[in-house]
Design a protein around this ligand. Sequence first.
Ligand SMILES: Nc1ncnc2c1ncn2[C@@H]1O[C@H](COP(=O)(O)OP(=O)(O)O)[C@@H](O)[C@H]1O
Ligand SMILES: [Mg+2]
Length: 359
Amino acid sequence: MAEPIISFNDVSKAFTTRKGRLVAVDGVSLDIRDGEIFGVIGYSGAGKSTLVRLINALETADSGSIRVLGQEVTALPERELNKLRSKIGMIFQQFNLFASKTVLANVAYPLKLAKTPKAERLAKARELLDFVGIADKADAYPAQLSGGQKQRVGIARALAADPRILLADEATSALDPETTRDVLDLLRRVNKDLGVTLVLITHAMEVVQYICDRVAVMEDGKVVEAGQTYDVFAAPTAATTRRFINTALHDRPSPDTVARLRESYPGRLVHVRMKDSGAGFALSKATSGLNVAATIVYGAITEVEERPFGAVTLELVGEDGAVGQVLERLAAGGSHVTDLGTAAAPLEDPTWRELVTAS
Ligand SMILES: Nc1ncnc2c1ncn2[C@@H]1O[C@H](COP(=O)(O)OP(=O)(O)O)[C@@H](O)[C@H]1O
Ligand SMILES: [Mg+2]
């Protein structure tokens, strides 16, 4: 397999603050592959921004190795670093545009720094504005633009130097949900059409669900979980990850909701995360040949990584043995099953307590 485009090996970074030494990044090892969209999710203060800033050496590591595009960042002299930085674009939550420059001048600015001839850099900037869908705003000033348009300018500017990698630090966090989708669709085109590797920092699991191929979950400077986005959604191992997933899917009924559901659905309630073939198919396979009626009573079929994913609560009605067989089949098919019992013999959802407990 090809060398990862970005590789962290046991990287740590601490800051000295008034309260003492603060370890922002703590022994992180991580590989990011060429051409993928990689998400880093975590709560505020988890160390995400510090981690991305280590990639282009805006921060320097205390220990460990960071390889980017085949070079050891921690050992590069400033001159070489600048060369490397030109291959890494970056976009931000607050856009960081020059208020006094036009949109076109903002986008052309990195090329001006690189001493690209004027006609060439303006032509490139127009081409990029066309790519991000705001060619008509070339002569406008940032203050005249909506948030989504500003971020499009930010993306166009970050692409001016034809980067191999684009770092996005909470790039959609200041945008409403609909605009967020539009900007994520654009970032997907940046990845697919231009072949740019994306590293996407976010605290919103919806963003990961929508666009990331793989994801790392950070907590207290450490990576507590990493993997293919779909697999992480289907079988999260860290409590923090489960909390994030619940915010994206709103899939798990609260104890109050379960109590209400039991009034209408006295049968066996089970919470199921269903993989791959889609929930409907998984369900018909699990109940096939058995005298069990299954009803979806809560949750939704949604998409993760553009693949169907079901996170639902079912009522299963049938003989105990048959219902047990359905549960076994679901689990064997890769679904994660939580038994909530029946109205007559209820079981508590052990995950719920974990979801509402602050980290
Ligand atoms: N330049 C700095 N000086 C001191 N502390 C910092 C600095 N940058 C970040 N930190 C601290 O490091 C921790 C991680 O910060 P950060 O990487 O920004 O997290 P995130 O992006 O996940 O919110 C936080 O506790 C933050 O206060
Ligand atoms: Mg941050």
